[in-house]
Design a protein around this ligand. Structure first.
Ligand code: GDD
Length: 335
């Protein structure tokens, strides 16, 4: 019989790529989606990957424990991937309580639903390198102490530790993947890589003439989401649950990442990049650099896509999107 997977956050970047990967492995894939009054389900990423008709979507909400219990009872998943979150760091200062409710307490809801309805379900928690924040070691591994720097990171830290706690308290097969930044053409346009690739494509096509960014000295360890979802799956195939850093092991400034995008379309970065204080954050994570050696050793996982190849893929995808008859509007909210 086909294994069944349940994914929260299935309409997001990672949810869509994970669904595609699990389908390719013969899984029956179910997703939890939150209803909203303005238009239907935000399933354009599933459409983009051509898998919308192959996944089964269910109405549920991370804030509603009963909806998650019912969902686990109904789907009876072998594997539960908790990817739902308020995941944009900048917004977490404007909506700190909602961020805590979804990104922190939502994890408790997911774990409780499993504990009550089907305790042998294997659980994956999407933890984040943002938890390292004000880094305590130059290269961050599973043993590096955390120092969160945003309401988002504080909430993720709760999600991480409650996952560890349920594993230790109830013997649940609950793993936490500490994923460093991972991007793709399906990334939301509020995150810096996609903001850059979308912005560069607009400039190239004559739809804009500048790109406004905040702290371009920040450094991130960027990988491709398509590679990173494979690590999630591998974690749940191990006999014992555990925690793993998923990263490339190289770090790059926002400025240098941006330069790759401009260079790809033959534009001069100096002519178009504008530094705008509006995009600076109240507290910054200056640098992140992960050590993925445990994931490599235990899971046999390797990142396959370089930053350069990924940024070029993203610029090309944005050029194609924007060349279509009715391109999406420019970002109107301050991101
Ligand atoms: N978004 C954004 N917009 N970021 C900018 C901008 C801008 O205009 N200008 C500079 N930056 C800098 C941010 O200050 C930050 O240092 C860096 O670019 C990356 O920002 P994001 O792409 O928004 O990602 P993030 O690192 O804050 O968080 C992402 O990665 C985490 C994993 O480390 C998110 O995906 C989180 O959900 C994820 O947990």
């Amino acid at each position: 019989m086909a294994k069944r997977a349940l994914i929260t956050g299935i309409t997001g970047q990672d949810g869509a790529y994970l669904a595609q990967y699990l389908l390719s492995k013969g899984y029956e894939v179910h997703g939890a989606v939150r209803r909203s009054s303005h238009g239907g389900v935000a399933d354009h990423r599933l459409e983009w990957l051509g898998i919308r008709e192959q996944v089964r979507l269910h109405d549920a909400n991370m804030l509603d424990l009963a909806s998650l219990i019912r969902l686990v009872q109904e789907v009876r998943p072998d594997e539960f991937y908790n990817l739902a979150a308020q995941s944009f760091v900048a917004t977490s200062w404007n909506q700190p309580i909602l961020t805590g409710q979804i990104t922190a307490i939502g994890v408790s809801h997911a774990l409780e639903a499993i504990r009550i309805a089907k305790p042998d379900t294997r659980f994956y928690q999407a933890s984040s390198s943002e938890m390292y924040g004000l880094i305590q070691q130059p290269v961050q591994s599973e043993d590096t102490p955390f120092y969160p720097r945003s309401p988002y990171a504080v909430a993720k830290l709760y999600g991480h530790w409650i996952t560890v706690n349920y594993r230790e308290s109830f013997g649940m097969h609950a793993s936490s993947g500490i994923l460093f930044n991972h991007e793709s053409p399906l990334r939301g346009r509020e995150f810096v890589t996609r903001k850059v690739t979308d912005g560069v494509a607009r400039i190239k096509l004559g739809l804009a003439d500048e790109l406004r960014l905040g702290n371009i000295d920040a450094k991130r360890d960027w990988g491709h989401a398509r590679d990173y979802v494979k690590a999630m799956w591998l974690m749940l195939q191990q006999d014992a649950a555990d925690d793993y850093v998923v990263a490339t092991g190289t770090t790059t400034t926002v400025r240098d990442m941006c330069a790759i995008a401009f260079e790809h379309v033959g534009l001069d970065i100096e002519e178009h990049l504008v530094i705008d204080p509006e995009f600076f954050r109240p507290a910054e994570v200056d640098v992140l650099l992960g050590d993925p050696s445990k994931a490599r050793r235990v899971l046999g996982w390797e990142p396959e896509t370089s930053l350069g190849a990924m940024i070029r893929e993203m610029v090309d995808a944005d050029m194609t999107r924007l060349s279509q008859p009715s391109p999406p509007p420019a970002i109107s909210m301050p991101l």
